[in-house]
Design a protein around this ligand. Structure first.
Ligand SMILES: [Cu+2]
Length: 118
């Protein structure tokens, strides 16, 4: 009987990573599953990736990025917002890039710097 209960708890914590974190405001984005470290904002996270699409009108860039350890992210393809589209002038779709991400709240990830990979 005791055995059954602990297996059940293990199952819960494996299937619901948020179960023990109790942070509801992070639920708006998939990344909430990967990290509970969203509180430390304004830090620039360095990453590498490939540009898929640049959307100057909507100030967005779609990137396939590698793992970003400091954010607790694994690699994926996603949209990022940019504040200043001037930083996108030096890169184009299909290009390998080095970039920096700043998290300014749940689901708000901005690319603040992006350059062709060396
Ligand atoms: Cu991502």
């Amino acid at each position: 009987m005791k055995h059954t209960i602990s297996i059940g708890l293990l199952f819960l914590s494996l299937c619901y990573p948020g179960f023990s974190q109790a942070s509801e405001k992070d639920q708006s984005m998939d990344h909430s599953k990967m990290s509970g470290a969203h509180e430390m904002s304004a830090q620039a996270h360095k990453a590498q990736g490939v540009v898929n699409k640049i959307d100057l009108q909507n100030k967005k860039i779609n990137l396939t990025h590698g793992p970003i350890k400091s954010l607790g992210w694994s690699g994926m393809t996603m949209d990022f917002q940019v504040k200043d589209t001037a930083i996108l002038k030096h890169v184009k779709a299909g290009q390998k890039v080095d970039f920096e991400v700043v998290n300014e709240g749940p689901g708000k990830y901005f690319v603040t710097d992006i350059t062709p990979a060396k």
